[in-house]
Design a protein around this ligand. Structure first.
Ligand code: HPA
Length: 269
């Protein structure tokens, strides 16, 4: 199925992207920055799951950022929508087959670490997979990657250093932390957040880890960026609403666009 998807995409554009970006909830604006762009709705790509979450556009945008050919997934699918791990990671598999060697995953996340603030950006240094599944279970396709892939540097140290340099240059405050992935779609309870803090998580979300596992399996280097759209449950005396998540995403969007525009050419080099 990934082969058919690859063929369809290659028939729509002559560009052969080497860098891929996944834009999370409310963070879709970056795709507008590309030149010579081709937009392909997910519904037109064989095997590609649609994205049903509010705030997710649901299209693949291929274009250029300066000289760099980039593939942007505006919208992703999640386990909580009922998709399988294979569906959730389908896009990353296809981009890998298209020749992408670097992936940037962005997401909206709840801040667990008390030093974080709403609207802050966090470079993901590592993850804790609490989603109860792994996209690599089942027969291994040895042509894609090894049966037991190493995950000791799932989020490239070199990319994080590059991202920190860009953050300093652009005066964008950014911190670093561990991302815990929950299944969702309910937000966490305050007790779950205390548990996540105890086991070493700084931010919590419902995406990214399965995609990062598949990227690592294929030898694709990964950078992860969380946007703290809200403080996690129980930290502030208020409830968490998806509207707040989208609203903060919208506020951070311009900063993230600026950040990615400077960063991506340095990952592709
Ligand atoms: N928890 C889980 N996922 C999230 C959150 C949260 O608080 N905010 C945005 N995505």
């Amino acid at each position: 199925m990934t082969e058919e998807a690859k063929r369809l995409i290659e028939s729509r554009t002559a560009l052969r992207p080497t860098v891929g970006v996944v834009l999370g909830s409310g963070l879709g604006a970056f795709a507008d920055e590309l030149s010579e762009r081709t937009d392909i709705p997910y519904t037109e790509i064989p095997g590609w799951p649609g994205s049903t979450a509010v705030g997710h556009a649901g299209k693949l945008v291929i274009g250029k950022l300066g000289e760099l050919a980039v593939a942007v997934m505006a919208g992703r699918s999640h386990l909580y929508e009922g998709y399988t791990p294979a569906q959730v990671t389908f896009g990353v598999r296809v981009l890998g087959r298209l020749g992408v060697r670097s992936m940037v995953f962005t997401n909206a996340a709840g801040g667990i670490n008390l030093t974080l603030e709403r609207g802050g950006l966090v470079l993901i240094s590592d993850h804790i997979n609490l989603q109860g599944v792994n996209p690599l279970t089942g027969p291994n396709d040895d042509s894609l990657g090894p049966r037991f892939p190493d995950m000791s540097e799932a989020y490239s140290r070199a990319y994080r250093e590059t991202a920190k340099e860009v953050a300093v240059e652009l005066c964008v405050p950014i911190s670093e932390g561990v991302y815990a992935a929950m299944l969702g779609p309910s937000y966490e309870t305050p007790a779950e957040i205390r548990y996540l803090r105890t086991i070493g998580a700084d931010v919590v979300g419902m995406s990214t880890v399965l995609e990062a596992i598949v990227a690592n399996h294929m030898g694709i280097k990964v950078l992860g960026i969380s946007c703290v759209t809200n403080m996690a449950a129980g930290i502030l005396p208020q409830k968490i609403h998806h509207e707040e998540v989208l609203e903060t995403g919208a506020q951070v969007r311009d900063t993230l666009v600026r950040f990615l525009k400077t960063l991506l050419p340095r990952l592709g080099a």
